[in-house]
Ligand binder design. Structure first.
Ligand SMILES: *Cc1c(COP(=O)(O)O)cnc(C)c1O
Length: 351
């Protein structure tokens, strides 16, 4: 290795689910919303006309709208380019201890990537055999805690008291709860924000608000946490949120009726699809997200994944210890889920 090469930061990047672009494909592999965003979003898109100017680096219009929506102060809200941006900034800002941060062995696979990127030591307590988080594993010295609730890719949601117990046992580090999927029927811990100064709740517009392509995420927490986060962000890159994203994000938050209607649709699809999937010999815990994490009693997940892919039906398969016999299936429209069920019936019959 040449001398200059020794100073290069080498990382193993996060690998996102594939983004094929085929006609008539059924794409159930990256937890996108099958429905378009609110019509208010599209209407506003054609009226965006101030692109000559830099956007507001504090994202004020969207911060205001979100603070009204959640009933918190404006200085308790931070907005970023997708929750991945918010989470990366939060790792940089809050996880600066020599003690390891903690997150589950089976969870969102970006956490260990950021930990390595920022040279943050980490440990990963194992989920139990039901793929649930064991809260007592987090009752020990640490440099911070982060996990999604509902967890990904398991879709299992823990109640607020469970989260509160973990926070109560951890008053010396920052706890980040990633609520990417909470709108699909999970319990939010936003109600704990005013009681616990060290709690940060992260949200995204990518799943429940059908805006994955716009890249909007945010977090809510104590004003001191938000100030620290903003200072780090403003030391890194001021103008990350583009003008269009700010404007369209505001419109999305304003259309509560559309939001609720489409969340309900997805939940309804998830519930009937869950029953049908069980009838086919799959088992899985109760999903509170817009996806199901399932394993089949006799046929390998990898075989099902590959065969479906041949038919342009995309699901997510993780070739990782403990979960390599599971499929993560995003909830699409009723029609899409019926096509998947037809495929599964035929495929499993032949096995
Ligand atoms: C999808 C997802 C995110 C990232 O979403 P963005 O599109 O970056 O807002 C963060 N956390 C979890 C658990 C996710 O599944």
């Amino acid at each position: 290795m040449k001398a200059w090469e020794q100073n290069i930061r080498r990382v193993t990047p996060y690998v996102a689910g594939e983004q094929p672009n085929k006609q008539n494909m059924i794409k159930l592999n990256t937890n996108e919303n099958p429905y378009p965003p609110s019509p208010l979003v599209k209407a506003a898109l054609y009226k965006i006309d101030n692109l000559r100017l830099y956007p507001d680096s504090n994202v004020t219009p969207l911060v205001k709208e979100l603070s009204k929506y959640h009933g918190v102060e404006e200085n308790q809200v931070f907005v970023g380019v997708g929750s991945d941006d918010v989470l990366a900034m939060a790792f940089m800002t809050f996880f600066n201890s020599d003690k390891p941060i903690l997150f589950p062995d089976i969870t969102y696979s970006f956490y260990d990537v950021w930990a390595k990127l920022f040279k943050i030591p980490y440990e990963q307590p194992a989920l139990n055999d039901e793929l649930k988080i064991v809260k007592e594993d987090y009752y020990r010295e640490n440099g911070g805690i982060v996990f999604p609730n509902p967890n990904a890719p398991t879709a299992i949601c823990e109640p607020v008291e469970f989260i509160e117990d973990i926070i109560k046992h951890n008053q010396k580090s920052v706890i980040i709860i990633d609520e990417a999927y909470v709108d699909f029927g999970g319990e939010s811990c936003l109600s704990l924000i005013d009681t616990y100064e060290n709690l940060l709740v992260v949200r995204t517009f990518s799943k429940s608000r059908s805006l994955a392509g716009m890249r909007i995420g945010y977090c809510i927490g104590n004003a001191d946490l938000i100030k620290a986060l903003t200072d780090v962000k403003q030391s890194f890159n001021s103008y990350t949120m583009n003008q269009a994203a700010i404007t369209l994000g505001v419109e999305s938050v304003r259309d509560e009726a559309y939001f609720r209607e489409h969340i309900d649709k997805i939940i309804n699809t998830r519930e009937w699809f869950s029953d049908k999937l069980r009838e086919l010999g799959f088992s899985f815990g109760k999903s509170k997200a817009n996806f199901i994490f399932a394993t089949h009693e006799s046929v390998s997940a990898r075989d099902i994944f590959m065969a479906a892919r041949e038919q342009d039906i995309y699901m997510r398969y993780f070739d990782k210890p403990r979960i390599d016999n599971y499929l993560r299936i995003t909830i699409g429209t009723d029609e899409e889920m019926n096509v998947l069920l037809d495929f599964l019936k035929k495929y499993l019959d032949k096995k």
